[in-house]
Write a protein of this length. Sequence first.
Length: 75
Amino acid sequence: MYETLSRILIEDLHLNASEVRPDARCEDAGLDPLAMVELRMVLQEQLNMDISDDELMAAKRVADIVRMMEERANS
């Protein structure tokens, strides 16, 4: 699931590939509030995953978003 998120962050949201790592803080990876809203929309459109803006904003690290995605994929 990390590979999927990484691809979205780099290709769709145009974040810096060298900063997108599972242990990176969301802010350090370039995920500001606007990028989080864009991410929510891309996840919904491409993967049919419904993760709220509030849930994404609560994520501290990229790995936290991966965890949310895995939970949605397994439910």
